[in-house]
Design a protein around this ligand. Structure first.
Ligand SMILES: [Zn+2]
Length: 90
């Protein structure tokens, strides 16, 4: 078995990739159960790593910045549409 995320070779009992921390899908429900119990420090540590990755991927966690980003995307699409229309109607 290899990690779906990074391709790292895993042992048959590995629920979590030692290379990138990705959870193996077959084990995810069991891990969530353990997380709810809050009795497994190893899984809590992995969970914290995943949360940090999430924060890292989401550079601007505030709603204001997300809204500004959405407006930026809409403006880009409008500009593209105007350019395409200008080319087609030339
Ligand atoms: Zn991995």
């Amino acid at each position: 078995m290899v990690c779906k995320k990074c391709g790292h070779a895993l042992g048959s009992k590995d629920a979590i990739c030692p290379n990138c921390g990705a959870l193996m899908s077959r084990e995810q429900l069991d891990i969530r159960k353990e997380m709810n119990k809050g009795k497994n420090p190893y899984l809590e540590r992995i969970y914290n790593i995943k949360q940090k990755n999430k924060e890292y991927n989401n550079d601007d966690p505030t709603n204001t910045n997300n809204t500004a980003y959405a407006i930026f995307i809409v403006i880009c699409i409008l500009v593209l549409a105007i350019i395409i229309a200008a080319i087609l109607l030339r």
